[in-house]
Design a binder for this molecule. Sequence first.
Ligand code: HEC
Length: 135
Amino acid sequence: MKRLAILFGVITALTFTANAQTKPAAGAKKPAAKPVAAKSKSAAPDPKDVEEGKVLISQSDCLACHKVDMKVVGPAYNDVAKKYPYSAANVSLLSTKIINGGAGNWGEVAMSPHPALAANDAKKMVAYILSLKAK
Ligand code: HEC
């Protein structure tokens, strides 16, 4: 009877240890994705492009989905300017996106494509949008 009690105790102890080891580690959360950091020393857009870009945007359908300081269907232009520092690479990236359309950077809703837009005009629009950060 004494042996049986010892055996029982050993089994209980073993089970307890096994349980403790198979417990999943708590708080193993993935860190949230960080937005693209804005470089403080980025080139400024050409003021002439900014002026023309603003006019081009007012003549296109952009303002149906975008406002400068408020999210509508698309992100606020202020927020776009905060996310992307002004650089040749970002101007090319965003002007291509305006022409081709697409989703995924701000949510599931897609921007409509603008295939009739000249690449140079799309770049001026981006110059205007990315100039908004300072204001
Ligand atoms: C039908 C609505 C709609 C119209 C019209 C529209 N947009 Fe957008 N735009 C969106 C949406 C939605 C997004 C977010 C897409 C995403 O999540 O990647 C967006 C994103 C953008 C972005 C950021 C892209 C990125 O990848 O971060 C820029 C810049 C932009 N739009 C400029 C323009 C300009 C300039 C025009 C006019 C020529 C225009 N949009 C017209 C809906 C629209």
